[in-house]
Design a protein around this ligand. Structure first.
Ligand SMILES: C[S@@+](CC[C@H](N)C(=O)[O-])C[C@H]1O[C@@H](n2cnc3c(N)ncnc32)[C@H](O)[C@@H]1O
Length: 249
């Protein structure tokens, strides 16, 4: 059963105890940008994060891979030297989706500001290099420019987490001819933040660095609104797919 996307003002309360608890944790992360607070929150959330994803039918990493597969054919993933970077990798859900849907077993590097989340990814053994780094407008990632064939950032750009003004730094590390796919929420409450995302994309397009390939609205977190789970609503996300056109100097 697919969950319904409705305006925020029409959201009904989660009808089961586990979805209520998981939704509270998901929504508690949304707030003003305060990295110290956010990272302390992830110290706590890391213990519940993967369970919450299961409870809330989280499939955004799969959506990102499905989007990528429209532009990056199967054989490309097998070319030697092909490299992926996962920004805000959390517990490694993108690596799982990439492996499951493309069979990709080449190098995936990761960057995240929270060690406890990243440790859950490290033990999965699916990443080559993991860097602890907090993305901020004035602190570029410790990754080489123009390097990666594919860069992804899944559900890590919302108020309180990675800010839209970091988008040029994320594009910087993509190889010319490579792809950058990321998401933010597409809820009414996220419109101001999404406008800042769109402004950054426009600047990157105007300067000839990227071209937009696709956008798609996808369910992000779904919860039952009836106890028998016969109806569900969801928080939706917007998936952006970009191609990098020229090297960042
Ligand atoms: C909601 S989780 C998403 C994790 C993963 N991409 C997924 O799809 O499950 C967001 C992740 O972004 C990281 N994060 C948030 N703000 C960050 C920042 N400014 N710099 C680096 N990482 C950040 C958090 O530590 C967390 O692991």
């Amino acid at each position: 059963m697919s969950a319904q996307i409705v305006p925020d003002s029409q959201w009904k309360a989660p009808a089961t105890l586990d979805s209520k608890e998981s939704m509270k944790r998901v929504q508690d992360i949304i707030g003003d940008f305060d990295p110290d607070h956010t990272m302390k929150y992830y110290d706590y959330w890391s213990q519940h994060y993967e369970k919450d994803l299961e409870v809330l039918d989280y499939t955004v990493p799969d959506e990102i891979v499905d989007g990528l597969l429209k532009f990056v054919p199967n054989e490309k993933w097998r070319e030697s030297g092909f490299q992926v970077l996962d920004i805000g990798l959390g517990t490694g859900q993108m690596a799982i989706a990439l492996h499951k849907k493309t069979g990709y077993s080449g190098p995936i590097d990761g960057v995240d500001g929270n060690e406890k989340m990243m440790e859950k990814a490290r033990v999965k053994g699916m990443y080559r290099d993991l860097k602890l780094h907090l993305l901020m407008e004035d602190s570029p990632m410790p990754n080489e420019s123009n390097k990666y064939d594919v860069v992804v950032c899944c559900c890590a750009m919302v108020p309180g987490l990675i800010q839209p003004e970091c988008l040029p730094d994320m594009v910087r590390v993509v190889k010319p001819g490579g792809y950058f796919f990321f998401t933010t929420r597409s809820t009414d409450g996220n419109q101001g933040f999404k406008n800042r995302v769109d402004n950054q994309i426009k600047k990157l397009q105007d300067s000839g660095h990227v071209r937009e390939l696709m956008t798609k609205i996808v369910p992000q977190y779904s919860w039952p609104t009836a106890e028998d789970k016969s109806e569900k609503q969801c928080i939706s996300a917007i998936l952006y797919g970009m191609e990098k056109l020229k090297a960042t100097e």
